[in-house]
Design a protein around this ligand. Sequence first.
Ligand code: HEC
Length: 179
Amino acid sequence: MSIRILKTGSVATLLLAGAFSMAAWAVHSAQDGPAAPAPGDDIVILDFKPGMDDLMTMIVQPRHIKMYYAAQEQNWLLARFQLNELRAAFMRVAQTIPEFGIFPVEPSLEAAIYPALDEMDAAILTNDSAEFERAYVTLTASCNACHEAMGFSFLVMKVPEGDVPADYIDQDFRSQGAQ
Ligand code: HEC
C-alpha cells in the first residue's frame, strides 16, 4: 500500500482532490455499501499545518477551561496538571509558529503569558480557592493583552461561568484517581 503525502503547495489541488475522493466514495458506497480500502489503494495524508487560531482552539483554550473546573472542585492535582499542559501547549505554539506576522512568538509569550503562568503555579500550590481565582483573572487578562497587542482585541477570553461545558462532561473534575 503506497502512502502519498500531499504538500500544501496548492490549496485548490487539495480541495479538488478532496471533492473528487468524496464523489468517488459516494458512487462507490451507493453501489456496494461501505467501502473497505482495497490493497493498493492510496491513502492520502494531507500535510496539515495548524495555524495560530487552530492551536489556540485545540491545545490552549481547553486547558484554560479545564484548569478552572478542576480548581472549582478543589482538585489541585488536576489543576496543576492542566497548568503544565497549558505551559507545554504554549511551548508547542512557539515551536510550530516561530513567527506570527511581524511578531516573534517565543519572546511574545515570554512577555505576555509566562509571568502569569508562574503566578498561577504559585497560587495553585497554596490550595486556596481565592488565590486561584485571583491568579486566574490575571492569567485571563494576559491572554487578552496578547490578543490586543497582536491586533485581535475582539478575541476576548473570560473566567468561565456555569457548569462544566458539554464538551467535557465525560471528565470527572472532582476525582483524584480512578474509582
Ligand atoms: C502570544 C500571544 C497570545 C497569547 C499569550 C494568547 N493568545 Fe490566543 N490568540 C493569539 C492570536 C494572535 C490569535 C489569532 C490567531 C489567528 O487568527 O490565526 C489568538 C486566538 C485565540 C482564540 C481564537 C481561536 C478561534 O479560532 O476562535 C482563542 C480561543 C484563544 N486565542 C485563546 C487564548 C487563551 C485562553 C489564552 C491564554 C491562556 C491565549 N489565547 C493566549 C495570540 C495569543
